[in-house]
Design a protein. Structure first.
Length: 56
């Protein structure tokens, strides 16, 4: 995450919507993403506050 984020802070949120989820946040760079079929994103559920890894 970009900006003045402290270690352990989670700003990216994932929210249930309909039959799926919506990921809301900013990803500045992901190593190897140009060759990837998917990337994993560390986020926090907006409804429960649980930490999750979303596969995008």
């Amino acid at each position: 995450e970009v900006g003045a984020v402290k270690i352990g802070d989670v700003i990216t949120k994932v929210s249930p919507q309909g039959d799926g989820f919506v990921l809301n946040g900013t990803k500045f760079y992901s190593t190897g993403s140009i060759f990837a079929d998917w990337i994993d994103v560390y986020a926090q559920r907006s409804d429960t506050g649980a930490d999750v890894i979303a596969v995008v």
